[in-house]
Ligand binder design. Structure first.
Ligand code: FAD
Length: 416
């Protein structure tokens, strides 16, 4: 069997894998990517957050992405019973990017993978990692191509960006059950010919359907709009029929967009994903680091997935470079604790969303502009800014704010 030698082997050519590969490659190391599928390939996760632009910039991807003309996204919009909650990233508290993109991921991920390949990083498509033997700085990875041919790659370091594939956690039994309540999504791409009837036709919108059930509407620049319902699996069980019939019935029942999407052409048969939350004991080990979805994925409500994927890779890649240069790295403090700060901030917001606490805040009258700008920064992905009280005190601040709003409203009702 042939054995190839690289400095860093990256598993997966999604946003996590390509960002990590590019940053390590730019530092002068020999990097290769192995990717199980042939690109373009479908993956969900189409709404980005401004914070990921910093990682994409450091990876050298911005020119290539800009050339694609993806739909720009300047804020977050939530709708409930005719009430609108509008966050504009330009008003956010933390200095940083104030816009990003809404992207069909097949096209976006291929752009990143093609760009890293042009930089000089080989991407081996339709090649699956099947085994790893860790030997500190000289691990051996077995990969298998689509014809069943096996090759060994020897690497000083492995970056696992295999997303839902969870290669290292699965091979070494590091997977742990998530604390998140299982949820299900039913979604499709629509040929959105009646988009112009919406008040803001190209804007991403999150619609509260009923407590615990919400809908994403993500318009792309190519006329396609992604539409998905997310809720407890029990919610979907009350409906009978095929996934398409259930989705069409749900669309017809939502007055906010029923007319726009009535009889709309679906670009593919509706898809279902469920119980996607997963976590692992440790994000690193002797000779490897996990980045992106392999570390922890919570929930799609705040579009945090690609941002956490790219930021974890941006952070990990710089630590890998230091490690390969013979410097000491405190992986627990500099990587795991740092990433968990961001993940746990989003966790508090996800929990508050499903508890209805964020409904009280998002749809309150007379919102305090400073508080709004601080929450806006979290929604933009700036979840490491400890000057922001809605990051620093994420576990308690939202509940306190919601209680204040409720009390204020009760007093106002009493007076009237
Ligand atoms: P991926 O994009 O999954 O890439 C991993 C790659 O690794 C894949 O191409 C795979 O083929 C490859 N691979 C797997 N196993 C192997 C193997 N053995 N060998 C070689 N290669 C392998 N995120 C957002 O930011 N915005 C959203 O709006 C959003 N919406 C979502 C909606 C739903 C319903 C769900 C479930 C998730 C959503 N996400 C969203 C999350 C998003 O899908 C992920 O966070 C994101 O794709 C993670 O990127 P990644 O690079 O870590 O993994």
């Amino acid at each position: 069997m042939n054995t190839e030698q690289v400095d860093v082997l990256v598993i997966g050519a999604g946003p996590a894998g390509t960002v990590a590969a590019s940053i390590v490659h730019q530092a002068g190391f020999k990097v290769e990517i192995v990717e199980k599928q042939l690109f373009p390939r479908f993956v969900i996760g189409e709404s980005l957050l401004p914070r990921c632009m910093e990682a994409l910039t450091e990876a050298g991807f911005m020119d290539a992405i800009s050339e694609k003309g993806f739909q720009q996204k300047a804020g977050a919009k939530f709708v409930k019973d005719g009430k609108i909650c509008d966050y504009q990233f330009a008003d956010q508290f933390t200095p940083g990017w104030n816009w990003t993109w809404q992207v069909p991921r097949a096209d976006f991920d291929k752009t990143l993978a093609d760009t890293v390949e042009k930089m000089g990083v080989p991407v081996h498509y339709e090649t699956t990692v099947t085994n790893i033997v860790f030997n500190g700085q000289n691990s051996v990875i077995t990969v298998e191509d689509k014809d069943g041919n096996q090759t060994e790659i020897s690497a000083r370091f492995i970056i696992d960006g295999s997303g839902y594939g969870r290669v290292i956690p699965k091979l070494f039994n590091l997977d742990r059950p998530s604390t998140q309540i299982p949820r299900k999504a039913l979604f499709v791409h629509t040929v959105d010919k009646k988009r112009s009837m919406a008040d803001e036709p190209n804007r991403i919108t999150i619609v509260v359907h009923q407590p615990g059930v919400w809908i994403w509407i993500i318009p792309f620049a190519n006329g396609i709009t992604s539409l998905g319902f997310v809720g407890n699996p029990e919610f979907f069980k009350q409906y009978e029929g095929s996934d398409e019939e259930i989705l069409r019935g749900l669309i017809a029942s939502q007055s906010y967009f029923a007319e726009r999407f009535e009889n709309v052409e679906f670009a593919f048969t509706p898809r279902v994903l469920e119980s996607w939350s997963a976590t692992t004991d440790k994000f690193y080990g002797d000779g490897f680091v996990l980045t992106g979805n392999v570390t922890e994925f919570l929930d799609p409500i705040f579009s945090s997935g690609v941002t956490l994927a790219t930021v974890s890779s941006q952070t990990a890649a710089k630590l890998v470079i230091r490690k390969l240069n013979g410097e000491a790295v405190d992986w627990d403090k500099e990587y795991m604790q740092h990433m968990m700060q961001g993940v746990n901030t989003f966790r508090s917001y996800v929990t508050s969303w499903y508890e209805g606490v964020l409904d009280t805040i998002f749809f309150a009258d007379n919102q305090d502009p400073l508080v709004k700008s601080q929450i806006c920064s979290v929604l933009a992905g700036y979840v490491w800014d400890m000057d922001n009280p809605y990051v620093k005190n994420h576990e308690t601040a939202l509940h306190k704010l919601a209680r204040t709003i409720t009390l204020r409203d009760m007093v106002a009702t009493d007076k009237s």
